[in-house]
Design a protein. Structure first.
Length: 126
């Protein structure tokens, strides 16, 4: 199924959204939706306190809308955290890979065949 064939709100999208929510809110600790959490160098450079704030912000994010989640799969969001008196915006994106993390999953709704990768990145690193 190509991205153009997926309609917002279809059953597959609802299943993927529920799995993405479990993965994101557990920070990858829910074994029923296996995957990894990674970050870009720019996010790593923010330091440990900002990373802790990011974890809390991403895990609690629930502001999904048609604008930031057009396919209804809850796989992208933007959070903001305080960093040294400034506010830093960070994107998170969940991609769905095959079990070897080599290609896109052929059955993204099937956790047996799918591995998630949640990436944290700065907007300029997108």
């Amino acid at each position: 199924m190509t991205i153009l064939e997926i309609e917002r709100g279809d059953e597959q999208s609802r299943v993927i959204a529920e799995q993405n929510d479990r993965f994101r809110t557990s920070w990858g600790a829910d074994a029923s939706v296996p995957g990894r959490v990674v970050m870009t160098p720019g996010v790593a450079d923010l330091g440990p306190l900002a990373l802790l704030r990011l974890i809390v912000a991403v895990r609690s994010f629930d502001a999904f809308s048609a604008d930031n989640d057009p396919w209804g799969q809850r796989d992208f969001g933007i959070v903001a955290v305080g960093q040294g008196g400034d506010t830093v915006r960070v994107y998170f994106k969940i991609d769905l890979y095959d079990a070897d993390y080599t290609f896109g999953s052929e059955a993204p709704e099937d956790p047996e065949m799918t591995r998630r990768v949640l990436t944290l990145l700065l907007p300029e690193e997108y």
